[in-house]
Design a protein around this ligand. Structure first.
Ligand code: S3P
Length: 443
């Protein structure tokens, strides 16, 4: 049997914790440092399996990288044209479970002078890639896929053409892939989004000395510029903090501080949604670190209310819906989420898998094609029964159901939790330290 979590019912969250580094920023720090001129020092790096997949890909392409050690990484950049064919891995770069690695690398590698194949695990192999391969083909890239799914074989191309493109799905991964390809294109590549998504690529390219012209939902880069090494401090990941934001909100008597959390406005949708539901979250010591806003968050338990989640907030909280569904179950009244069909093509089908898991814990939620309708039971002390749920190898599903146990009557067992290590390797230890009765069972 693969790894599982056993979570005793009840408890409350207390103390002060710092969750690990931001996954999106950690990926980008390695990618941009690798193609920069000079040596980049990174601190606060997420030592999770996804960011390590990115790191190993660049090592395979000849980039010398020291660490990670206690979140510190040193990358010896090889310059814009210094990457080499990954001959030691027979031309294959394994992206593991990481969609960010595969999609951003597709863009970055589309204009290199060597061929490479990007592979992934079972979950990643089922995820849609046409959203990046089609616009990249318009730039002159040649990428073979399995009917739009991985593996992706990217042929050698010494020069790409710039494009002006509007992304059909609100996706920072697509936007980032195209901006990275734009660095290797002739002319100005201009990408427009239909809704704002996380802008770490734009911010970090600026930190590496690349001018990104931004206006509303449009960002442009000019091909041919050199990146200059930078110093990067990665804040704690708000997507990991989100589990504790919800856990402390729903577990009576909780009062917890989450330190040094990234507060980039394209990521704080989870705070906006929880506050609309009546959560008690205070933002302490706001500050800016390396071009990204950061703060400490104090969360005290509160009786949440059901809401209609504004669709404009969906892309700004896209990774937080598994745990927001748990919050909605613990609210009083109805919560409706719509416009969130992207949840069906994440590491798992997060609408179906969450509805199934809640049902296994005695809670009926209504899955819809693009979201969920949840009749909250926050007036009852036990919202969920005990039982066994399947995480389908999806890290955020496993962590969301760990929080559900805070309002369960009996033990919650969560199966297939190994991929929690992709984004939050210390999740069990930090959860235990803050008052959750979770045990990891490796068998
Ligand atoms: C990410 C973007 C999001 C998010 C993923 C990380 C990124 O995906 O779900 O976990 O680092 O750019 P989409 O942009 O495809 O929505």
């Amino acid at each position: 049997m693969p790894q599982c979590f056993s979570v005793g019912p009840g408890g409350r969250l207390q103390g002060s914790i710092r969750v690990p580094g931001d996954k999106s920023i950690s990926h980008r720090s390695i990618m941009f440092a690798a193609i920069a001129d000079g040596t980049t020092k990174i601190s606060g790096f997420l030592e999770g399996a996804d960011a390590i997949s990115t790191m190993n890909a660049f090592r395979a392409m000849g980039v010398q990288i020291e660490g990670p050690q206690d979140g510190k990484v040193v990358v010896h950049g090889v310059g814009r044209h210094g990457l080499k064919a990954p001959t030691a891995t027979k031309g294959v770069l394994d992206c593991g479970n990481s969609g960010t690695s595969m999609r951003l690398l597709s863009g970055l590698l589309a204009g290199q002078g060597f061929e490479v194949t990007l592979t992934g695990d079972e979950s990643l192999s089922g995820r849609p890639m046409k959203r990046v391969t089609e616009p990249l083909a318009r730039m002159g890239a040649q990428i073979d896929s399995q009917d739009g799914k991985p593996p992706l074989t990217i042929r050698a191309r010494s020069q790409l053409n710039a494009i002006t493109f509007t992304t059909p799905v609100a996706s920072a991964q697509v936007k980032s892939a195209l901006l990275l390809a734009g660095l290797y294109a002739q002319g100005v590549t201009t990408i427009t989004e239909t809704a704002p998504t996380r802008d770490h690529t734009e911010r970090m390219l600026e930190a590496f000395g690349v001018q990104v012209v931004r206006s509303g939902l449009t960002a442009s880069v000019t091909g041919g510029v050199q990146l200059r090494a930078a110093t990067i401090e990665v804040p704690a990941d708000i997507s990991s903090a989100a589990f504790f934001l919800v856990g402390a909100s729903i577990a009576k008597g909780s009062d917890i501080v989450l330190e040094h959390v990234g507060m980039n406005p394209t990521r704080t949708g989870v705070i906006d949604i929880l506050r609309l539901m009546g959560a008690d979250i205070s933002v302490l010591n706001p500050r800016t670190v390396g071009g990204e806003p950061v703060a400490d968050l104090r969360v005290r338990s509160a009786q949440l209310r059901g809401i209609d989640v504004p669709e404009a907030l969906v892309p700004l909280a896209i990774d937080e819906f598994p745990v927001l569904f748990i919050a909605a179950a613990c609210a009083v009244g109805q919560t409706r989420v719509s416009g969130a069909e992207e949840l069906r093509v994440k590491e798992s089908d997060r609408i179906a898998v969450m509805a199934d898991g809640m049902r296994a814990l005695g809670f009926e939620a209504q899955a819809t094609p693009d979201g969920m309708i949840i009749e909250g039971r926050g007036d009852q002390s036990s919202v969920f029964s005990g039982g066994t749920v399947h995480a389908h190898g999806d890290h955020r599903i496993a962590m969301a159901f760990t929080m559900a146990a805070l309002r369960a009557s009996h033990t919650v067992t969560i199966q297939d939790t190994i991929n929690v290590a992709t984004s939050f390797p210390s999740f069990v230890e930090l959860s235990q330290a803050s008052g959750i009765a979770v045990t990891r069972i490796d068998s």
